[in-house]
Design a protein around this ligand. Structure first.
Ligand SMILES: *Cc1c(COP(=O)(O)O)cnc(C)c1O
Length: 423
């Protein structure tokens, strides 16, 4: 299996090459040249999630240098449960927040980190991962790379603009993970990362690489849980489910479309977005207009120019097909609050503000059965929003609690990228 750029299908690379490069040289995103069919997998003979991941991902690594490591990578990466829970009969929630940083980004970050560590064993070189974060991504990447041999990570976060718990998840690792508090905004952090990559001498010397949500190594594992949950659902109810997915950069939902393209039993895929309406507007108007993001309660989805849209356009390249395959609904902050409260009062189940966008979309459907809402984070990560709404405290899961108890350490810097390489 080869991977090609969304902008040029003639230059082909292997999965490992795509993972190490991040972005294609022409600025496009890597996509598989075709989607293998799941038909050959006997889902009922598979006993564990890592084993299923291995079966699904094998065709993508067929002629790759990591081929013989894939099983081990899956066991290492997916070392936490993936429950599909019942909210009402035939109305399920896929809980993707049981990884170490309590958000779905652990799936992609852990797979990427494990794959990169294996690659370095085979092809030793200096590797430094640079990430700018406005919240969740940095924590998942820091956690996934902590203690990995031969890889250093530099995480940049904007001073005073991440929540206390988020900051703790960025700064508690020590060792090969270095956290930098930038005296500026998230955009400043991103600019520093870009500037560092543009400095070709420094970039070479430090072996700079990125771990952001466009990396193929994060995308591929995000298709596995859609295959898993759709087969589980079909096995239980003998129908295909519709997934409703809280979306920002559209990496998570792109995984769902890739699962669909492989033949997973999925009826429909619906994107729930917050007040950042770029995708619903595109569906309505037929013209794609990326824009500045606006701040909402579901802040990990505050994206005005979703970077993985290029992959969806690659799948469905005219507006008619796109409209047939993709639906997207915007949910306001008021509706997020109301939904968190409603679900808690009716069922006692607590959801985070991101998950609430998807649950709102489900509640507004004419028929709510045969749906799976994708839950992207544990509500305890957003306690400042959730607790006042439900009038009680949200217990912190054990893994998260142990991170919160660790010592925090970071370096304060200005906005010049050279300060990151001073040591
Ligand atoms: C990142 C994130 C999202 C959005 O996922 P995308 O892949 O960017 O669409 C949704 N919810 C939570 C909690 C997140 O951390």
């Amino acid at each position: 299996m080869k991977f090609v750029s969304t902008r040029n299908a003639s230059e082909q690379v292997t999965a490992s090459e795509a993972i190490l490069q991040g972005l294609a040289p022409d600025g496009g995103l890597y996509v598989p040249e075709f989607f293998p069919s799941l038909g050959l997998i006997n889902i009922h003979e598979i006993s564990s999630y890592p084993e299923l991941a291995f079966e699904i991902l094998t065709p993508f690594f067929e002629d790759d240098i990591l081929k013989n490591d894939l099983a081990e990578i899956c066991i290492d990466a997916f070392n936490f449960p993936v429950p599909l829970v019942k909210l009402h009969d035939k109305q399920m929630v896929l809980e993707l927040f049981h990884g170490p940083t309590a958000a779905f980004k652990d799936f992609g970050a852990r797979f990427l980190a494990s794959a990169m560590e294996k690659l370095l064993e085979k092809q030793p070189r200096k590797l430094t991962i640079l990430v700018a974060t406005s919240g969740d991504t940095g924590g998942a990447v820091a956690s996934a790379f902590a203690g990995r041999k031969g890889i250093e990570v530099k995480v940049l976060f904007p001073k005073g603009r991440v929540s206390k718990r988020q900051q703790q998840q960025l700064t508690c690792w020590g060792g090969n993970i270095k956290a930098y508090e930038v005296d500026g905004t998230f955009d400043d952090c991103q600019k520093m990362v870009k500037d560092a990559f543009m400095d070709t001498k420094l970039s070479k010397e430090w072996g700079l690489s990125s771990a952001n949500s466009i990396n193929l190594g994060r995308l591929l594992p995000q298709s596995v849980y859609y295959v898993y949950a759709s087969y589980l659902y079909q096995g239980a109810y003998d129908t295909k489910p519709t997934f409703i997915i809280p979306s920002g950069n559209v990496g998570n939902s792109c995984g769902a479309y890739w699962a669909f393209s492989m033949g997973a039993p999925i009826e429909r895929i619906t994107l729930a977005v917050n007040a950042n309406k770029t995708i619903p507007d595109y569906l309505k108007e037929g013209e794609y207009k990326p824009r500045q993001s606006i701040a909402t309660l579901a802040n990990a989805m505050d994206v005005g120019a979703p970077s993985n849209m290029e992959r969806l356009f690659n799948l469905y390249d005219d507006i008619e097909t796109f409209r047939k395959m993709v639906s997207a609904t915007s949910v306001s902050d008021d509706a997020i609050r109301e939904t968190i409260r409603e679900v808690y009062e009716e069922t006692g189940y607590v959801i985070c503000p991101h998950t609430a966008t998807a649950e709102r979309v489900r509640r507004d459907l004419p028929l709510q059965d045969d749906t799976i809402v994708v839950s992207t984070a544990h509500p305890a990560k957003f306690e400042a929003v959730v607790e006042p709404l439900i009038g009680s405290s949200v217990p912190v899961p054990e893994g998260l609690a142990s991170l919160l108890a660790k010592k925090s350490e970071y370096t304060s810097v200005g906005c010049d990228y050279r300060e990151l390489f001073a040591d």
